[in-house]
Design a protein around this ligand. Sequence first.
Ligand code: ZN
Length: 345
Amino acid sequence: MSCHRALIFFHVAYLCFAAIRPTRGADTPAVNESTQVKLIMVGDIMVAKDEETGIQIEQGKDPFQAFAEIFKAADVSIGNLECVIAEKGVAEEKPYTFLAHPRVVPLLKQHFTGLSVANNHSCDFGKPAFVEQCERLEKAQIPYFGGGRDLAAAHRPWIIERNGLKIAMLGYCEVFMKSFQAQDNEAGVAWSENDERVLADIQSAKKIADVVIPYMHWGWESEPANDRQKQFARKMIDAGADVIVGSHPHVTQEVEYYQGHLIVYSLGNFVFNGFESEATQTGWALQMTLDKQGVVKWDTLVARLDPQGAPHPDLQAKSPCGKRGDTTILMQDHMVQTPSSIEAR
Ligand SMILES: [Zn+2]
């Protein structure tokens, strides 16, 4: 090969290499599938032993079964545990108290990568029962967030690392009873009425993680998102949160973008009996593909709760979805994300 021809060969080879090499730079981020993570989040999970959901589990049934494959197709699955798993405890004086039998732990372990405990039922049977739950989840190696043995633990993010991407999950409750909140030297949940503390948590989490997701327990039951939720969601995004997700109202609420960031105010119920209206028996499984810049694309898969409180995917239902760069929320029907179909949409 002459020098000239060799030069042409290397030049062509370089052009080919340059064409397939990912372009780096702030404006043109590399498309690197290996740094993407598929995260699925669901709403409230109530599996109390005296309720239909807990009785079904006692009889050997698995209320999560219809979603098992969908969870498996994700890298990370997260729900809100809306009860307390303990054998001992005294019920608080409040309208509803939910005590779950420890037999639910293996089922939660089977289906969930981690759980939020920041809600208005975590301390239904007192702080000692909540600490017992912490011990049981730790023994089963189920990470949890939004609550802990003291204030610092309750506010500490759960950092998940998958495919080189670091995700920080924070959990907060601002729904009655306030006595559930953790103190300096007392167990409990992370409380979000102290907005500055939450915003500081988000700023700290953003220094150690690529994506920060606060999972909020907030809003009024069976109502659209209120002004407090809307204002605080914006503040959290301004502080560095990438996505805001919520639950508690027993219904799904609005979805919107703020500064390009996704806000899903309420995922609604996921495993919960005792409801009869279509709105309260409909939840969403929020499926998100994440990378270092946040949400690449997202989808809400509709879950219809049966009379026993177990969810079933409804693939015909239209519900919100979207992708990076969208400015309006799309409504579409759905496909189950299995490993083979996960990129189809
Ligand atoms: Zn709640």
